[in-house]
Design a protein around this ligand. Sequence first.
Ligand code: RIB
Ligand code: CA
Length: 317
Amino acid sequence: MAKTKILIDCDPGHDDAVAILFAARRLDLVGVTTVHGNNTLENTTRNGLAVLELAGIDVPLAAGCDEPLAQRSVGIAAMHGKSGLDGADIKPPKRRPIDTHAVDFIIAMAEKHKGELVVATIGPETNIAMALRREPRLKQWIREITVMGGSITTGNVTPVAEFNIFCDPEAAWAVFESGIPLRMVGLNVTRRTGFDQGDIDRMKASGKKVATVIADLMAFYLERQRTGYGLNVAPMHDVCAVVPYFDASLIEYLHTSAHIELTGTYSRGMTVCDQRNLKSVAATNMRNATPANCLVAVDAKSRALIDLVIGTILEYA
Ligand code: RIB
Ligand code: CA
């Protein structure tokens, strides 16, 4: 079967880096676009190029938006360190981004691969939202948008909001209300799907260049996640947004409505996903039942997913 054509919009970012490596090997990665988020656009762009060069992945990278649509940037994410990709000795990239802006590149790729292209948004969704406004025909051209973002339980950057959504809620709103088929994997699944110390040791022991660099990056990321959130894995949030296009059995979804909260002292940036399994709105007189617009991840075979990812990383030189 032909590999899924995918474009990754990201803010590398430790887990973004692994998502790129996985997609380049297991899917048909047509391009990478970068956005503000974990760090400045300059750093996420440099990090994206460095990962592509580390692994010898020859796909174009276009830089995008450097701030949210309608609020000040929330500031860099401590989880990923000063550079946005701390923990390993990665050569600075020789390559520069292509001259095309990420927004125009997303549109060009969607037009070129009409009906086939999956767009993975694994950082704040500013580039995607801007592309939707610039070219409304994306609603017909894009096959599906797969989002790492939100949660059906707790947030991370606030008690109810996840970082990618919270960084640019208006952009996320534009994506979730676009009518394009959506697949959302949130923290309820991704927080427990990551590399543990044994996985890191296994990649390090391989002695392979890419696996060794990833092991060093993940050791840094695991330490930050352990001290920050008490996690015992380096969570592969972003990888969970791309793996289903290689093995659909690894994540379980609920087809329901998912909307972005834009107001609320305590709730701005929340993904409001309806899990009430309503049988009949009329009979139960429930409020705010809206048509299903999203496949929302509710469970994952985390160990099998991580084993697949490690196996993929170990295939690189
Ligand atoms: O909340 C998790 C998300 O925030 C991931 O995309 C991670 O890379 C960070 O950007
Ligand atoms: Ca990310």
